[in-house]
Ligand binder design. Structure first.
Ligand code: THU
Length: 144
């Protein structure tokens, strides 16, 4: 994947962040998920007064794509920060453990996770790096 692909994905993640519903934490997150056919699914975090129903931006993007029949994924870009934060206060946001496990269900070890500050400033990781020894059924094993 080249720099242009990453930059485009990061821009879309910033767009997705505008839709975040995060009145409890004030922490707004956006994600953009790329499939091998070039489609991009955007997601934002969606919080809830009861807290536990909260959905992260990454899972929102995955569930949108999965519910439309997508089963193959190439990369996801993630951006985030407090609602009122200044540009120089933005830091890299990494997917939580639950989102990493969802990725492991549908993605190979080489799935790319881009933790970004801007289209020029980002870190690229593989899923294997961020979730080594993931729990899951091995290839060839029947899924229940
Ligand atoms: N959050 C995400 O959407 N993605 C992450 O990778 C980390 C956390 C959300 C969940 C919650 O709405 C807020 O950020 C604060 O934890």
């Amino acid at each position: 994947m080249d720099q242009k692909t990453y930059a485009n994905l990061i821009r879309q993640a910033w767009e997705a962040r505008k839709m975040a519903y995060a009145p409890y934490s004030g922490f707004l997150v956006g994600a953009a998920l790329l499939t091998p056919d070039g489609s991009v699914y955007r997601g934002c975090n969606i919080e809830n007064a009861a807290f536990s129903p909260t959905n992260c931006a990454e899972r929102t993007a995955f569930f949108k794509a999965l519910s439309e029949g997508k089963r193959h994924f190439s990369a996801i870009a993630v951006v985030g920060g407090m609602r009122e934060c200044k540009e120089d206060e933005i830091d890299y946001v990494y997917p939580c453990g639950v989102c990493r496990q969802v990725m492991a269900e549908f993605c190979g070890e080489e799935f790319v996770i881009v933790a970004a500050i801007s289209p020029e400033d980002y870190r690229v990781h593989s899923l294997k790096e961020l979730l080594p020894e993931a729990f899951g059924f091995r290839e060839g094993e029947a899924k229940p």
